[in-house]
Design a protein around this ligand. Structure first.
Ligand code: ATP
Length: 247
């Protein structure tokens, strides 16, 4: 299988902190790939390279057959990489459908003039939430009225739309209760079923073992191993994270 993402010997330093050291790993299309490691291991830095926030100092990242050269998150989005950040980046006082179409509004053209096509956006938003079985009361609800799990669902729904090929999620259930976590986990599986690749950062081993097809482990800026999830255990992953087991 040709990898959707091929990270090759990527390095990145912040001053004297070498955040990424010769990191190489792959993300396969149509799979959930987990990225695990202790605090400060370099996980967020790596995904920020993929989402156009940081540029590596060295090495190469090939996405969908093309070496990436992103100068902004917008470049990553255009290439088909969407990121659900921990802060979710939703606008509280806008509705669900307005958030889904934020910065990608549908517009009616009348000669030289453009007018927002609100009915079309509402209709399409309803289709988007139904397709992923997102549990929100109404696409016309303001985001500030939604629970943490519903907000996470809206962010995932936004990331899954607009022909994204890779959805990156940084700790998507860290702030959620048990039931909301289960719903968001179903949404993540739904993304895979729809053909998206998912790159999931999680400190929750049970979740990683339950959801992922492949696990990569980072330690002190290095990628110290990758395992097919069905062929590993929580104990082995912990041993790789702590260094008790050499890669
Ligand atoms: N913008 C930055 N400026 C300076 N140092 C940074 C910056 N971003 C990350 N670092 C450093 O790079 C290293 C890797 O950090 P990173 O956030 O990637 O780790 P992480 O694995 O995502 O950790 P966590 O699980 O705690 O989120 C850390 O030493 C961190 O302090």
């Amino acid at each position: 299988m040709t990898a959707l993402v091929d990270v090759k010997d990527v390095n990145l330093a912040f001053g004297s902190v070498q955040a990424l050291r010769d990191v190489s790993l792959q993300v396969q299309p149509g799979e959930i790939t987990a990225l695990v490691g202790d605090n400060g291991a370099g996980k967020s830095t790596l995904v920020r390279c993929l989402s156009g926030i940081h540029r590596p100092d060295g090495g190469e990242i090939v996405f969908d057959g093309t070496p990436i050269d992103f100068h902004s998150p917008e470049d990553a989005r255009k290439a088909g990489i969407e990121t659900v950040h921990q802060n979710l980046a939703l606008v509280e006082d806008l509705t669900v459908w307005q958030n889904l179409f934020l910065n990608r509004e549908l517009v009616h053209s009348f000669g030289p003039f453009g007018v927002l096509n609100r009915p079309a956006m509402k209709r399409e938003a309803q289709r988007m939430v139904s397709a992923l079985a997102v549990n929100v009361p109404d696409v016309a609800s303001k985001v500030r009225r939604l629970s943490g799990g519903q907000r996470q669902a809206v962010s995932i729904c936004r990331a899954a739309s607009f022909s994204s090929k890779l959805v990156i999620m940084d700790e998507p259930t860290a702030a959620l209760g048990v039931q909301e976590t289960a719903r968001v986990e179903d949404l993540i599986k739904g993304l895979r079923d729809e053909g998206h690749a998912v790159l999931l950062i999680s400190h929750n081993f049970a979740q990683v073992l339950k959801l992922s097809d492949q696990v990569w482990v980072m330690r002190s800026g290095r990628c110290v191993g990758g395992r097919r999830t069905e062929a590993t255990t929580g104990e082995e992953i912990v041993a790789l994270i702590t260094g008790a087991l050499a890669a």
